[in-house]
Design a protein around this ligand. Structure first.
Ligand code: ADP
Ligand code: MG
Length: 410
């Protein structure tokens, strides 16, 4: 298509006899024509040609602009869509993303990162990452890492993370930290390891108890015969009595070992909890009065029902209350209550308490601070409570008292 106007005469089409057609061009692209028509035959004057060319040029520019504008709008829309898409991923991904610049200042952190670490965006953005997660970057190279971190807000988390370099046109600009909070998984791993460990101990305990029981019974029986044979005041009497006392102690240990090693099979039934605890307390009253302890059951829900194995839970209450009596508690309070489908049972005493360094060991089998203790009481309690789907924990202040908390699901 020529880029100059074309003139036609004698066309006689639609009542027009003269036509001047100016092409509309965008660079080399032909967009259309603009025409000047006359109803009579006359050669177009130079100024008419000039005006027609000018109009054609203006229209070409306008069309070109419209096309460019349309392209730009499309590009803008595409960019906006891509930005929104990236933001959506950044905001909804179930992993933490923190972007830092080359001077370790935080450029961006996604909601998972802020929520998990417990920081507000305005606090963390623009600040040195080391201030929030001390030692984080020094521990990590660009490989995969896992570890415990104590944050500046005193939260301790087990984080699994990878660090990648942030590159822009080949040059390094900072780092992208991608992490996941593995604290809960770590706790489960520990629990699993603990269960495996304790179940191995349990098996060994059962085997040992069976092996020791029979010879122990024989020794005790012979000692009893000997005691009868030795006359009163005989110097042998105190030795034989000592044998009987020690075999009695071993027998208690074997009982506990068997209890601990036995696989639990609960027989659950609905039980009035306060009545059940009262039965255990009544059985312990003689020990309590001998030790000068007073036991009270406090509840705002006297009719509280629990879905429990009666005999096993009796053992739990017995062990815990007996421990309070052993700790020379003057006052022992048992508090039962229900909140949000959870039953809370607390045994509180004002006895000698547990030293902080020992507190984490009290549920470990064979941990005891008593001369004649087996260290299996609380280990058995935990096994029974966990089998019920509940939890048991202890807090204590040295020389002030101890509180054992049990939760059971309704
Ligand atoms: N109420 C309590 N007050 C003080 N110490 C306690 C109490 N309950 C448990 N303990 C501590 O926990 C240890 C373990 O208790 P337990 O497993 O019942 O074993 P045992 O009673 O045979 O020692 C006790 O030896 C004692 O040191
Ligand atoms: Mg005990």
């Amino acid at each position: 298509m020529p880029d100059h106007p074309l003139e036609f005469y004698d066309i006689g089409m639609g009542g027009y006899y003269s036509a001047l057609l100016c092409p509309l061009m965008e660079g080399d692209n032909f967009l259309g024509v603009i025409g000047l028509f006359k109803s009579f035959k006359r050669i177009f004057r130079p100024e008419e040609r000039a005006v027609a060319i000018l109009i054609a040029q203006q229209v070409s520019y306008s069309i070109e602009n419209i096309i460019l504008h349309g392209d730009l709008k499309n590009q803008n829309r595409e960019l906006r869509y891509q930005k929104e898409f990236t933001e959506k991923i950044f905001n909804s991904i179930n992993s933490g993303i923190i972007v830092i610049d080359s001077s370790r200042k935080v450029l961006a952190a996604n909601p998972y990162a802020l929520g998990t670490l417990g920081f507000a965006e305005e606090d963390i953005i623009g600040s040195d990452i080391d201030k929030f997660i001390p030692g984080f970057l020094t521990t990590a190279s660009s490989d995969r890492h896992e570890g415990y971190f104590t944050l500046c807000n005193n939260k301790t988390l087990y984080l699994g993370f990878t660090i990648s370099h942030l590159r822009d046109m080949g040059s390094l600009h900072g780092k992208i930290i991608l992490f996941k909070d593995l604290t809960e998984i770590m706790d489960l791993r520990k629990q699993l390891r603990r269960r495996e460990y304790f179940s191995a101990i349990g098996e060994m305990a059962s085997w040992l108890a069976h092996e020791v029981r029979n010879p122990l019974f024989a020794i005790a029986s012979i000692a009893r015969i000997l005691l009868k044979k030795t006359g009163e005041n005989s110097e042998w009497e105190k030795f034989v009595t000592s044998i009987l006392k020690e075999t009695g102690r071993l027998d208690t240990l074997m009982d506990d070992l068997l209890q601990y090693g036995k696989p639990l099979k609960l027989e659950l039934e609905m039980v009035k909890l306060n009545d059940h605890i009262t039965e255990v307390v009544d059985g312990l009253r003689p020990f309590a009065s001998e030790a000068g302890s007073e036991i009270a059951i406090l509840t705002s829900q006297p009719e509280l029902m629990g879905h429990i194995d009666k005999d096993r839970m009796k053992q739990v209450f017995y062990n815990i209350i007996k421990n309070s009596i052993d700790a020379s508690a003057g006052k022992i309070e048992i508090i039962t209550e229900k909140t949000d489908n959870i039953i809370n049972i607390t045994v509180k005493d004002n006895g000698r308490g547990v030293k902080p360094s020992r507190l984490e060991n009290v549920f470990t089998p064979f941990f005891t601070t008593k001369k004649t203790g087996t260290g299996l009481g609380l280990a058995i309690c935990r096994k029974i409570i966990e089998e019920h789907g509940g939890t048991i924990s202890m807090d204590s202040i040295d020389d002030k008292g101890t509180r054992v908390n049990i939760t059971l699901k309704m």
